[in-house]
Ligand binder design. Structure first.
Ligand SMILES: [Zn+2]
Length: 531
């Protein structure tokens, strides 16, 4: 195909195109105002209006105006917004808006209080910057890491004075990136004001797997929204295809967005934020499941949020939890049948590995490894039941959205071709994702019972290994028993026999020996040959 002539017909010169490309590469958003004809003329007229009415605007020697925004109404009326500097220093509270007609004649103005930034005292001996910074960090209540204090003219109360403005950034209570702006009088060292440099927000996400979702986001000081969940402390980042083994918590880039509306709802999306929507929302659902069901305050029960990476590796059809990084990593699928690995049960599975590490810490080999994997499958699935989403409906299929039709299933695990339905002496020799079948099968039988059953449109048929017929007590009760077994009774070397004992101890604590729940748990273990 020959080169099209369309690019040559464009009126932009290549130099202009390069300039735009440079702005885009630098992450600068071109506001629609840039495209409005007459913008430059409006700015020039507004500057002239300020100079001509210097008394009104408190505009004098040493001052300069910096255009912040231009709004032109349908009838041509112009509103030009300026920030102001004084001998090069930003004037806090010195901003103004010039309202002028279509011909640029001054009609009115809006002025912040500090429109006469003449510093009252002579330029003082300013305190050392490091002293200011230390005081600010101490006052802020968040940990260390301080930006260089910036000298400003602070005039927000109408009285101009020299001040140090410092953004103290570090980690908030939940481990999320957090910041405060602190302003101190440069002469006296007194604090003038402090405020959060970031604000909680609620974004809208168009997800791949769960329709439209709300997202916990943070409005940053630069006016961009970020995928930092203020309630839970989770941070979602783009790994830019870095391999999982190379990722640290500081890797990748935080997702930011101008309008707090994220993603396009498509699988294999070209919008890199789409997978991030699912990851951010599903991590929140997992956090909420543990919190609202068990009172667990985050993965380590310490209120701290994890870092979540999407777009890890290239065609990496997997997801992973790392204790050392306190991170979840998710791949983009195999590029053909499997989309991004960020669906509800997958995210719940990976976070549960963190919970297991923080509790029983089941060794990741032999039967304890199978129990570790089964625990992640069980609670990953329970997160799906908890979310009760109308698009990704609750089921006993694992990773059915990101690995269609499913990666593993609970009613008869051997249907995947390699998982175990029943305990044998050799089950501990299997890969942990296959020896997990015994635990998954137990969970299904204890929850739903044996035989054929259709739930939310999916038909299951669960056999027993001992020819018995067992009844289920519902997955919420079984999950409650399993959580207590995991967090109170199991240890790093627990095997299937030990898991039976641990879950019966938990059932006894919660429902009593000989209760229907206790008996159902015992019968389900016997039905998978764990005596
Ligand atoms: Zn796993």
């Amino acid at each position: 195909m020959s080169p099209t002539s369309s690019s040559r017909r464009r009126t932009l010169t290549s130099g202009a195109l390069a300039a735009v490309a440079a702005l885009v590469a630098a992450g600068v958003q071109l506001s629609p105002a840039h495209a409005v004809p007459g913008r430059d003329a409006a700015i020039a007229r507004a500057k002239a209006n300020v100079a001509r009415n210097a008394d009104l605007f408190g505009f004098g020697a040493g001052q300069d105006l910096q255009t912040k925004d231009v709004v032109i109404d349908a009838d041509g009326t112009q509103h030009v917004r300026f920030d102001r500097t004084y001998f090069g220093l930003p004037v806090i509270g010195g901003d103004l808006v010039v309202h002028q007609d279509a011909q640029g004649r001054l009609k009115d103005s809006s002025r912040a209080r500090g429109h006469n930034p003449v510093v009252r005292s002579t330029v003082p001996t300013v305190p050392a910057k490091t002293t200011a910074a230390k005081a600010l960090a101490a006052a802020s209540g968040i940990s260390s890491a301080t930006s260089e204090p910036q000298l400003v003219v602070w005039a927000a109360d109408g009285i101009a004075r020299l001040a140090w403005q410092t953004t103290v950034s570090g980690l908030g209570k939940q481990g999320q990136p957090s910041g405060k702006v602190v302003v101190t009088d440069a002469t006296t060292g007194e604090e003038i004001e402090q405020f959060d440099s970031e604000h909680e927000a609620t974004g809208t996400g168009h997800s791949e797997y769960t329709g439209n979702v709300t997202l916990g986001t943070t409005l940053q000081a630069n006016g961009q929204y970020a995928l930092i969940d203020p309630a839970r402390g989770h941070t979602t980042k783009d790994a830019h295809n870095l391999a999982a083994g190379s990722i640290k918590a500081s890797s990748g880039t935080l997702y930011t967005d101008a309008d707090d509306i994220w993603g396009d709802g498509k699988k294999f999306s070209t919008d890199r934020a789409t997978a991030a929507v699912d990851a951010h929302a599903n991590t929140a659902w997992t956090y909420d499941y543990y919190k609202n069901t068990f009172g667990r305050n985050g993965i380590k029960n310490d209120g701290k949020g994890a870092t979540v990476f999407v777009h890890v590796g290239t065609n990496w059809d997997n997801a992973q939890w790392s204790d050392s990084c306190f991170c979840m990593m998710t791949g983009d699928g195999n590029g053909t049948t499997d989309p991004e690995q960020v669906d509800l049960d997958t995210m719940g599975h990976e976070m549960t590995h963190g919970v297991t590490s923080a509790t029983a810490n089941l060794r990741y080999s032999g039967e304890s490894g199978g129990l570790n994997e089964s625990t992640s499958d069980i609670f990953g699935t329970m997160v799906e039941w908890y979310a009760n989403n109308s698009v990704d409906t609750p089921d006993y299929l694992f990773s059915d959205q990101s690995t269609p039709p499913w990666l593993r299933r609970f009613d008869k695990p051997s249907l995947d071709g390699s998982s175990a339905d029943c305990w044998t002496k050799k089950v501990g020799q299997l890969d942990v994702h296959n020896s997990s079948g015994v635990g998954n099968h137990w969970f299904y039988l204890a929850s739903e019972g044996s035989g054929t059953k259709t739930i939310n449109g999916v038909t299951y048929n669960s056999p027993t290994c001992n020819g018995s017929t067992v009844g289920g007590i519902g997955n919420q009760k079984v999950a409650k028993i399993w959580y207590r077994a995991l967090t109170v009774y199991m240890t790093s070397t627990t095997n299937y026999a030990g898991a039976r004992t641990a879950s019966l101890n938990a059932a006894k604590d919660l429902y009593g020996t000989g209760s229907a729940e206790y008996n159902a748990i015992a019968a389900a273990w016997s039905a998978v040959s764990v005596a």
